[in-house]
Ligand binder design. Structure first.
Ligand code: CDP
Length: 224
């Protein structure tokens, strides 16, 4: 069996950084499942598919043409000339509007179902660290270690703010906090795959932990 570690949790809890560093330390693959929802949201925007159109969105998700090339994320869509690389959407995907739209479209069961197999395909030797909202509850229920990562809303807003400022994107701390609380609310209360810890998940609150300490915690849980 190909080993999997899942890291689920609310927005800006540091899942992505933790997953990337744990995967690097183990020499494993990484799945950033939120990125697939974000790419679906962006592709839907480009193709003019509405956030309420579950079937249209599921078709966008099924037809998603994404390629990872180092730091670049190449998305092919209707306007991509044949035989050419897709558009590099790495920066566009990180935008807050795209995250918000991703949160809205991910509430449709048809969209989630359309992305199932794509996510399972990331499970390759020697192992996978997968982060998202339902990695431990829905996609990889047999994962050997399930982590549920939390941090206070104030801390998460602050981290997201620093991330954006660091990239030269202007942001308002209050607006970010309001947006992330609204997003968590929606993710927790949706009917399909709501955000919650798996019954067998271990909880990690990293409000007061540095990234290095969080990585060490995960690795020591894995080493058991
Ligand atoms: O970086 P951030 O935590 O803000 O967002 P993300 O992990 O990139 O995910 C964007 C949105 O996709 C989330 O707000 C979720 O609603 C949705 N998502 C999901 O429903 N299931 C996943 N496994 C991953 C993301």
């Amino acid at each position: 069996d190909i080993p999997v570690i899942t890291i689920d949790g609310p927005t800006a809890s540091g899942k992505g950084t933790l997953a990337a560093q744990a995967a690097a330390a183990l020499g494993w693959h990484q799945l950033d499942s939120g990125l697939l929802y974000r790419a679906t949201a962006l592709a839907a925007l480009r193709q003019g598919v509405a956030a309420e159109d579950a079937d249209g969105l599921a078709a966008v998700a099924r037809g998603l043409k994404l390629r990872f090339d180092g730091e670049r994320v190449l998305l092919r869509h209707a306007a991509t000339p044949p035989g050419q690389d897709g558009e590099d959407v790495a920066d566009a995907l990180r935008q807050e509007q795209v995250g918000s739209l991703a949160s809205r479209i991910s509430a449709h069961g048809a969209v989630r179902a359309a992305l199932n197999q794509l996510q399972l395909d990331f499970r390759r030797l020697p192992g996978l660290v997968a982060d998202g909202r339902d990695m431990g509850t829905v996609i990889f229920p047999d994962a050997g270690l399930k982590v549920f990562l939390t941090a206070s809303p104030a801390m998460r807003a602050e981290r997201r703010y620093q991330q954006l400022i660091g990239k030269g994107i202007s942001a308002s701390l209050d607006a970010l906090r309001a947006d992330l609380e609204a997003r968590d609310e929606r993710d927790r209360n949706r009917a399909v795959a709501p955000l919650k810890p798996a019954a067998d998940a271990v909880l990690l609150d990293n409000s007061t932990l540095g990234i290095e300490e969080s990585v060490q915690q995960v690795l020591s849980w894995w080493a058991g």
